[in-house]
Structures are given as structure tokens and as C-alpha cells.
Ligand binder design. Structure first.
Ligand code: SAH
Length: 362
């Protein structure tokens, strides 16, 4: 539909074209600023083609027969609000997050088949945000053959087994691909890697651990609340032939485990922190819903300090507000350690952020 602002309507001006859902808190999703742009199949084909073309280096890896895994369509950020498309080797996993996409999903699946010729397209529309405006969660094979129980993918030359039906997100945290490689490089070039013990907090199946151990870190302790993480993670590590004594999966709440270890004086040489989004809106941050905004980060340097030079914290920002640096600084002073921020990490480049949608940046 064409959209005009209250004042625009008075002046009879057309502002943009988009799709409308009166049931949604975001009732209009903009598609085009061009008032003459028809929103037809050719429009959607061109938007998909553009999003796919923007992933050229990754597409090339996939075209060589490597079972690459990456995001092909990142919703609003690729001009396709409500649509996520991830590639896992020969399969595509799609999410229809808005009503505007829900009603077009057959057509979109047909276009994806035409543009990418996947072995199959699996729809996994099971995110909370969908229930607010589309309705119940939905799983189905929308085209081709259903995905196998686990798909073997290649990420930066390492193989992972992914369950696209039940794994988190669309199966794997694809947004961390570049960060995992950074961790791998860190350990590859670290002459003291073999002495380093790493805490991988919010580990899920231990993706970061695979890279740290591949780079010869002595040991990685993974902590996550997810019930399937230990089993899936152990299978992951086995397939990489990483020795059992070098890895551990501990189920539980990172904050409680850290508190316990701090009391015990347990320390690590490196802490990898990859927390989920604790605050889903600015209001939750204000009301203290974001646990990482609390006192916890202050204790982290204490958990990492005291093991000599090279202690590192790797932090990822919460979408709504980054982990506050001043709290870390305070924690570092109290721990009498020289903690450094080596670099702030962000999402991989196949998860672009539209300039008009800065909330998406992590
Ligand atoms: N680092 C992972 C991705 C982690 S995403 C990877 O590279 O694959 C965030 C993870 O935090 C999820 O796996 C979720 O299960 C876990 N999580 C959420 N709250 C937690 C808590 N309080 N303590 C421990 N883990 C938690």
C-alpha cells in the first residue's frame, strides 16, 4: 500500500510504499521510497537477487561445492523486512517473521528456487516476534527435499554438524563466523597457547571452543544453560578429533557459575563472552532487565586476572546498550589486574545493518 504521513496526507503527498499490519506494533514496513515502484513479483526477485549478490565471496565458496553456511537475506537490512534466509550447504532455511512475508511465502520460495536451486527449502518460523503479528509458529519443507537430521557445514575450513530443525536460531549462530575465526587466529599465533585455559561463557555447542582448541589452547570450559548444548557440543568436538580432556561442558547460569568460581578463586587465562540479548527493548534496559548492565561485568576482570601477561576479555555488545566500559574498568582496578580491551566484536558481514535500522547492530 502507499503510505502518507498525517501531514503528508493533508498535502496529498505519497511518502513511501510498504506493507501494513494493524495488529503489529510496527504497523508499516517500508519497501520502497519510489512512488512508482510496483510491489510485484519482479520487485521481490530483484530484492532477493541484490541480497544474494552482496554475499559474493561466500557464494563463490558455496559454488565450489563447499557446504558453506551464511545468511543470504537479513530482513530489513537487505530491504526485505520480515524475511530471513540462511544457507546451510545445499539447503536454505527461511523465517517468515511478518504477515507481509507470510502471505507471500510460496512466491518467495519459488523465487529462491529459481535463483539458487537449493536441494530443499525448510521454513522455520519459530521466533517469538512472529507470534505477535502472524500467529502460531510454523515448521515445514517449502520446496525440494527435507533437510537431513544434521547438515555438515564448513565454516572457515572447519566442519560443524548442524540441526536446522531444533538448533538455536536457524541451527547455528552464523553471526559469529568472523569472530570465531578471530579467536582461532589468536590461538594460532599465541606462543603460550598450550598453557592457556579458556572460559567460553554462553558457549552453546562450543563453536568458539573448537577454534581455540584447534589453535592448541590447553583446555576450554564451556558454560551454557541450553539443555542440548553438552551433547551436541561433544559430538561437534568429537568430529573435530579434539581430545575429551581438553574440553568440558558445564550446564548452568553463567552468572551463578562465575560467582561460585570467584569465591573459589578459580581463574582463567581468557574469557570469551557471547551473551544473548538480555534486553529486548530500551524499556527493559531502563528497568534493569539487562543483566549484563548490572554489576556482573565488574567481576569479570577478577576472573581473568592473575594469570600473568596476555589476559584477555572478548566481549560482545548487547543490542540495546554495550557492556559499560566504566564498569569493566572499575572491576579491573579492584582485581589489580591490567585487563585490556583488544577489540570490540560485532556481527559478521553477511548480517549487514541498514543505516536506518541501527538497533540491529550488536
Ligand atoms: N557462543 C555461541 C552462541 C551463544 S548465543 C556460539 O558461538 O555458537 C547465547 C547463548 O547463551 C545461548 O546458547 C543461550 O542458551 C545461552 N544463555 C542464555 N542465558 C544464559 C545464562 N544466564 N547462562 C548461561 N547461558 C545462557
Amino acid at each position: 500500500m502507499a503510505i502518507s504521513s498525517p501531514c503528508g496526507r493533508e498535502r496529498g503527498e505519497l511518502l513511501a510504499r510498504g506493507y501494513w499490519n494493524s495488529q503489529s506494533a510496527i504497523c508499516v514496513r517500508l519497501l520502497s521510497w519510489d512512488e512508482d515502484q510496483p510491489i510485484d513479483e519482479a520487485f521481490w526477485r530483484e530484492r532477493l537477487r541484490r541480497a544474494i549478490a552482496a554475499r559474493q565471496p561466500l557464494n563463490r565458496i558455496a559454488a565450489q561445492g563447499t557446504p558453506a553456511a551464511y545468511r543470504l537475506v537479513n530482513a530489513e537490512n537487505d530491504g526485505l523486512p520480515g524475511l530471513v534466509v540462511d544457507r546451510y550447504g545445499a539447503w536454505l532455511v527461511v523465517q517468515a517473521l511478518t504477515l507481509g512475508i507470510e502471505v507471500r511465502k510460496q512466491m518467495l520460495a519459488g523465487l529462491l528456487e529459481e535463483l539458487l536451486q537449493p536441494a530443499g527449502i525448510y521454513e522455520r518460523s519459530d521466533v517469538d516476534v512472529r507470534s505477535k503479528e502472524v500467529g502460531p509458529q510454523h515448521w515445514a519443507t517449502s520446496g525440494g527435499s527435507p533437510p537431513p537430521e544434521t547438515i555438515e557445514i564448513d565454516e572457515n575450513g572447519r566442519r560443524f554438524l548442524v540441526d536446522v530443525r531444533a538448533g538455536h536460531k536457524t541451527g547455528f549462530y552464523l553471526d559469529q563466523r568472523e569472530n570465531r575465526e578471530i579467536i582461532g587466529d589468536w590461538f594460532r599465533w599465541d606462543e603460550q597457547a598450550a598453557e592457556r585455559e579458556v572460559l567460553n561463557a554462553f558457549s552453546y555447542t562450543g563453536g568458539f571452543a573448537v577454534y581455540a582448541l584447534g589453535g592448541l589452547a590447553r583446555r576450554v570450559v564451556n558454560v551454557d544453560t541450553s539443555a542440548e548444548a553438552p551433547q551436541a557440543g561433544t559430538a561437534q568436538h568429537r568430529s573435530q578429533r579434539l581430545r575429551a580432556r581438553r574440553r568440558r561442558f558445564r550446564g548452568g547460569d553463567v552468572f551463578s557459575v562465575l560467582r561460585y568460581w570467584r569465591e573459589q578463586g578459580r581463574q582463567f587465562d581468557m574469557i570469551i563472552l557471547d551473551p544473548p540479548k538480555f534486553a529486548h527493548s530500551a524499556r527493559q534496559v531502563e528497568s534493569g532487565g539487562a543483566r549484563l548492565q548490572g554489576h556482573q561485568p565488574a567481576g569479570l576482570p577478577a576472573s581473568a586476572a592473575g594469570r600473568g601477561a596476555g589476559d584477555v576479555l572478548v566481549l560482545r555488545c548487547d543490542q540495546q546498550r554495550p557492556v559499560p566500559e566504566d564498569r569493566l574498568r572499575g572491576g579491573g582496578r579492584r582485581a589489580r589486574g591490567d585487563a585490556q580491551i583488544v577489540r570490540w566484536l560485532s556481527q559478521a558481514s553477511d548480517h549487514p545493518v541498514a543505516l536506518t535500522f541501527p538497533e540491529e547492530h550488536t
